[in-house]
Design a protein around this ligand. Structure first.
Ligand SMILES: Cc1ncc(C[n+]2csc(CCOP(=O)(O)OP(=O)(O)O)c2C)c(N)n1
Ligand SMILES: [Mg+2]
Length: 374
């Protein structure tokens, strides 16, 4: 019996603005207007400044750790701009701050989070953003569940969930993809393929030529885009979001980008990756090419850049001030917000600020008993 092709798939690659700032006018049609590009460029520069400031803050021991977003701004902003603020929901990991800020998350919340203040995860009412999620891949299931709820409630909302290349090796990723596709929920999966999962390069993380092709197994519309190209990310995201909103089900976007900084401030990437590789990607920096495009069109000049740099610096200073200006939580908070009704033992611990159950002496814990219990 002759064999026949049971399934055949392909993945398209989209680039609209190349590394030299040259735009494919035909593909760019009906995407971003000049005014949008200029505004988004300014936003990118501000986000970069805030990101660099977080790094310095950690080095000055004023922040615990921090994963720089540097180099991935176009992927975050292009997709974030395509989503409707206050309607759609963003379900992040930790390398797309710019999208979260764009959707109303105050910038200093991210700083508070990395300073170890849990209130950084207490997202203000009306901001459709979930807290940062460090356990890799787990949040994609939350996004799928939320999108399922939107579908059941017939709400015209879409969930955007962000994750890295490494996350696609997790079981949670495949469960989320399978569920989203089987139930045709309005969820857009955005993989920021930044080539590295801490010190593991993409080629050692997976055998597939692209990340995007993983979605073919779930029969999901999928595309690979130049993730440092704001136009391409925007177009792919808008198409996916609007199709999902119209009932067309989930979609997958692989944004090919690069982590220009270390994995986090606890890492030193020089130990495992070549300087030439980093230099090559530095030349593809999304900010550089967007600036080239704007200058080429006569929409940008040195004076505007100087003013913007000043503004960006001020923005970063304001974010630090806001984050460090939040009063420290009281030590009692751990008692007050865990149980509706405290046990007798916890009441005693709260009153004395020490635990008897472990035989701990206040000096050992660096605490001095404030009050002895009656
Ligand atoms: C479930 C889980 N396993 C392992 C880790 C440790 N870890 C933190 S970040 C990371 C790599 C993630 O790589 P990727 O998904 O590509 O995201 P990137 O950091 O490159 O943005 C790992 C393994 C974790 N946080 N959660
Ligand atoms: Mg990665």
């Amino acid at each position: 019996m002759p064999t026949r092709t049971a399934y055949e798939g392909k993945v398209e690659y989209l680039q609209i603005l190349d590394e030299n700032g040259v735009l494919d006018e035909k593909l760019a049609k009906d995407t971003l207007a000049d005014e949008d590009v200029r505004e988004l460029y300014q936003y990118m520069v501000k986000c970069r400044a805030v990101d660099e400031t977080a790094f310095k803050l950690q080095r000055a021991k004023r922040m615990g750790t921090y994963p720089q977003n540097k180099g991935q701004e176009a992927a975050a902003i292009g997709s974030g701009f395509a989503a409707k603020r206050g309607v759609d929901w963003l379900v992040p990991c930790y390398r797309e701050n710019a999208a979260l800020w764009m959707h109303g998350l105050p910038m200093h919340y991210v700083f508070m989070y990395w300073m170890g203040d849990e209130r950084g995860s207490q997202i203000p009412e009306g901001v459709n953003v979930l807290p940062l999620c460090v356990p890799i891949g787990t949040h994609m299931l939350h996004a799928t569940g939320m999108a399922w709820a939107f579908k059941m409630r017939k709400e015209p909302r879409v969930c955007l969930t962000y994750f890295g290349d490494g996350a696609t090796s997790e079981g949670d990723f495949h469960e989320a993809m399978n569920f989203a596709s089987t139930f045709q929920v309005p969820c857009v999966f955005i993989c920021q393929n930044n080539q590295w999962a801490i010190s593991v390069p993409r080629e050692q993380q997976m055998n597939s030529a692209t990340v995007a092709q993983k979605a073919l197994a779930y029969d999901m519309p999928t595309v690979q885009v130049d993730g440092n190209d704001l136009f391409a990310v925007y177009k792919a995201s808008r198409d996916a979001i609007e199709r999902a909103r119209a009932g067309g089900g989930p979609a997958f976007i692989e944004a090919v980008t690069y982590r220009l900084a270390d994995h986090t401030t606890a890492d030193d990437a020089r130990r495992y990756r070549d300087a030439e590789e980093v230099d090559a990607w530095m030349a593809k920096d999304p900010l550089i090419r967007l600036k080239k495009y704007l200058v080429g069109k006569g929409l940008w000049d040195d004076a505007k850049q100087a003013a913007l740099d000043e503004l960006a610096k001020q923005t970063a200073t304001d974010v630090v001030k806001a984050a460090e200006g939040v009063p420290a939580p009281g030590a009692e908070d751990i008692f007050d917000y865990t149980y509706a009704t405290m046990s007798r033992e916890l009441e005693v611990q709260k009153a004395t600020m020490r635990t008897h159950s472990l035989g701990q002496r206040p000096e050992q814990a660096g605490l001095s008993a404030q009050r002895e219990h009656a």
